[in-house]
Design a protein around this ligand. Structure first.
Ligand SMILES: [Zn+2]
Ligand SMILES: [Zn+2]
Length: 809
């Protein structure tokens, strides 16, 4: 059941339903007092459990909705990432397959998130609702951890924190449309020309019918399936003329399910030429796949990795296999799909969370039947019911967004994909210009194949990288240096040459750090331990953790003076300064505030591609994406900011971001230029970026990881504890750490994270470093869960939220 239950649940099968029972079908069951669910039949047993079993009410599906391999994947994810199978199921199934007759609590967005008037129990539930937006009653029971939840729910409804929503019937209705088809008797050219000349059909005397038939043949060749409406529209014929042809049995009309997504002809054409080093790489991939399941392509930026993916995809589809193409973020899919559709036409489709439920279920079904061959998607596409998976492509495999943060399952789609592929004996092709240390380590250890592309496609050199010492830039500037004179001069040069510029700053908003110049007061969020960011568009102070906004302060609440200093800068401020400095150029900003709505990101990319924007300033959104041909200059405005996060992956992440954004500079013909502004100019990571030397960076970083026993030498499990009362979470963390210490030698913490209060919940963290030995890993996870259960069995800690996260980011 799609619930966070520790175990699966057993039901009895009444005699009359015996024949309908199939693994992977949904069954209607009652759980708890009288809540109905659509559960998935996982296994069938003849043994009666020791407890009383209820009967299955009905079997919903004639055909299973998932294959047994999905069940295996769910189980693996739940065991590996320490969550319940029900939580995986809830994430994996599209909404339309998750039937339930039970009441669902929906968060009331109008309530806001000021929970100060709520008591402890109410608070806990309101918090959970704020994050998940909706909860089922049984989930409420788990969150609140009390037996009588109804009075609590009643109180929250009265306070308008949430409302109840009932969903009773299956919502998915297939959409059908009339399609026109040619009588298969005339499918050969020979029979067709006979038909046209045969006086028995009388086409010679009916020129309009002949014209319509020719239109039909043209459309079916160019567009694949021909709908009734489309045929009449494109041919200009009448329904009566079409009826004339169907009466003669030349064409016939059939009612069929339609895609709500525009369908393209199912043709494939991948006849493009690879260059010499790509050909070599393609061959090396084939060799790697002979005896390895996974192959990593380490190719410098714009070395043409996508073309290698395309050639490999064609190979697997040619063998009748399906292909899953995983991308780190849905914002990129629109660009990539445009490119892939050129080669794969209607054989490829996109699956992601921004699609509506009808679109998602249609793709789900087409993957299940094997009709769709190639699917492009972000994380959640992993859960599609592939019939015959042959290849998984993982583009930008290093990207942290492959890992789901909240809620459970906190899985990494890249790693889960490797497991899923193994169930099909399928191959995995990963690629990156800056591989994750984990994947590169696996390649070094010979577990993965490794294919290296050191040349850029078209022979362009990697960009020249110059580091600008911001300390030497005139100290007259108040606060941080935003755009140094050197950078400004280079922007001018680029614009004069009719080129484009990308500027990268990893902070959004106007000023992420305000301080009172008189007394040093710093405005902070009331619910979180973070400094507030000034946003000009709203003219408010924003908390980037809880989303709360506050009016802009005029005078300092501490000393009363009006002397605010802006200590750092975000993308909004950069945009403002650029507009002042380059009034005649077109400037755009790309960050989550500027890019809202389904197509906003894609539109901005298109405008930039078409050179209708001269300077694009943005957060890490500008790091990813396709090649822009006219970008000659990239500016990284604050490298210090990238290198100062309190995380063991800080160097890796900084290297990846800087190397990736540098890769946007210089396409075709001319070498690009990258300017990096930094104050710690001799930081080793900067030097590796300057030399574009991934292997050297890898060696340097691995030395540190080894010394401190960090991944890839160990595995980390992070346990986060949350509670509204600081003392309670501190105590709980101490108790848990003390108890864990008996079984785990490599324990770090308990410690408060850098941001130790979010939405009024205090946080504590415990890190456990484990040996990579897979055999013991499962056992160790069970031990950890036992310790957590032990903690929660103590009355004073029962409302502490505990979140285990395996391989956290
Ligand atoms: Zn002050
Ligand atoms: Zn906040």
């Amino acid at each position: 059941m799609p619930l966070a239950l520790p175990k699966t649940y057993t039901y009895a099968v009444p005699e009359k339903l015996m024949k309908k029972i199939q693994i992977g079908s949904r069954a209607e069951v009652v759980f708890g007092k009288n809540k109905k669910y659509a559960g998935i039949i996982k296994s069938v047993s003849k043994e009666k459990p020791s407890y009383e079993t209820k009967e299955i009410l009905s079997v919903i599906d004639d055909e299973p909705v998932i294959y047994p391999k999905q069940l295996e994947l769910w189980k693996w994810i739940s065991e590996y990432y320490m969550c319940s199978e029900g939580e995986v199921m809830a994430a994996a199934l599209p909404t339309h397959l998750k039937l339930s007759s039970e009441a669902i609590l929906i968060y009331n967005e109008d309530y806001g998130d000021d929970f100060s008037s709520l008591d402890d129990e109410e608070y806990l539930l309101a918090e959970a609702l704020l994050i998940k937006k909706e909860l089922k009653i049984t989930e409420v029971q788990q969150v609140a951890n009390i037996i009588h939840v109804y009075p609590l729910i009643k109180r929250l409804i009265e306070k308008k924190v949430c409302f109840i929503w009932e969903s009773l019937t299956e919502k998915y209705k297939e959409k059908t449309e009339n399609f026109v088809l040619l009588n298969p008797e005339f499918s050969s050219d020979e029979m067709l020309s006979k038909l046209m000349d045969d006086p028995a059909f009388g086409l010679g005397k009916a020129p309009k019918q002949l014209e319509l038939l020719l239109s039909f043949l043209h459309l079916s060749k160019t567009e694949g399936e021909v709908s009734h409406t489309n045929l009449l529209k494109k041919s200009g014929a009448t329904a009566a003329q079409l009826k004339g042809l169907t009466d003669k049995n030349i064409l016939f009309v059939e009612k069929r399910n339609t895609d709500r997504i525009q369908s393209l002809p199912k043709k494939m054409d991948v006849n493009f030429e690879l260059n010499a080093s790509q050909k070599k790489a393609l061959n090396e991939i084939d060799i790697a796949f002979e005896n390895k399941e996974v192959c990593l392509i380490h190719g410098v930026t714009s070395s043409g990795k996508t073309q290698l993916y395309i050639k490999q995809i064609e190979k697997f589809v040619g063998r009748g296999k399906q292909v899953l193409y995983l991308l780190p973020e849905i914002t990129l899919t629109a660009q990539i799909i445009r490119r892939l559709q050129l080669y794969f036409g209607g054989n490829i489709a996109i699956y992601h969370s921004k699609f509506n439920n009808n679109e998602r279920i249609e793709i789900w079904n087409k993957i299940k039947t094997g009709e769709l061959k190639i699917i492009l998607g972000a994380r959640s596409a992993l859960f599609l019911p592939f019939k015959n998976l042959g290849l998984v492509v993982i583009d930008e495999e290093h990207d942290p967004s492959f890992k789901q943060q909240d809620p459970a399952p906190r899985y990494n789609a890249r790693d889960a994909a490797v497991y899923y592929a193994s169930l099909f004996n399928a191959k995995v092709l990963m690629g990156s210009a800056t591989p994750s240390l984990e994947s590169y380590y696996n390649a070094q250890k010979n577990k993965y194949g490794l294919v290296t592309l050191t040349e850029r496609f078209g022979g362009t050199e990697l960009p020249e990288i110059k580091i600008i010492d911001t300390k030497t830039v005139a100290a007259s500037k108040k606060g941080k240096v935003m755009i140094s004179p050197q950078l400004k001069a280079e922007i001018e040069v680029a614009l004069q040459n009719d080129k484009q510029v990308i500027l990268f700053q990893n902070r959004r908003g106007y000023s992420p750090f305000l301080i009172c110049g008189t007394c040093g007061f710093i405005p902070q969020c009331e619910n979180c331990s973070v400094t507030l960011t000034l946003h000009k568009y709203s003219n408010k102070l924003h908390c980037h953790y809880c989303g709360n906004t506050y009016p802009k302060l005029v005078s300092c609440p501490a000393c009363g003076s009006v002397n605010w200093k802006e200590k750092s800068f975000g993308t909004e401020k950069i945009e403002e300064e650029l507009t002042e400095d380059f009034p005649n150029n077109r400037i755009a900003r790309m960050d989550v505030d500027a890019v809202k709505g389904k197509n906003a990101h894609d539109t901005l990319i298109k405008l930039f591609e078409q050179h209708r924007i001269d300077i694009l300033a943005g957060t890490q959104m500008v790091v990813k994406g396709l090649d822009f041909e006219k970008v000659s200059l990239v500016g990284i405005l604050d490298a210090d900011g990238l290198l100062s996060f309190a995380d063991f992956r800080v160097n890796e992440r900084a290297f990846q971001l800087m190397e990736q954004v540098s890769g946007r500079a210089g396409r075709k013909a001319a070498r690009g230029l990258v300017l990096i502004q930094a104050s710690k100019i001799d930081h080793p990571v900067l030097l590796f970026v300057q030399q574009h030397d991934y292997p050297k960076f890898y060696d340097f970083e691995m030395e540190m990881r080894k010394q401190f026993f960090y991944p890839p030498f160990s595995r980390i499990i992070r346990i986060t504890l949350k509670h509204a009362v600081k003392e309670v979470v501190f105590d709980a963390a101490d108790v848990l750490a003390n108890s864990l210490e008996k079984d785990f030698a490599n324990l770090v913490g308990p410690a408060a994270p850098v941001v130790n209060r979010i939405r009024n919940m205090y946080l504590m963290e415990i890190f456990i470093k484990l040996q990579k030995d897979a055999a013991h890993l499962q056992l160790q996870k069970k031990v950890i869960l036992n310790h957590i259960d032990l903690l929660k069995s103590q009355k004073k800690f029962r409302s502490v939220v505990t979140i285990p996260d395996v391989d956290p980011f």
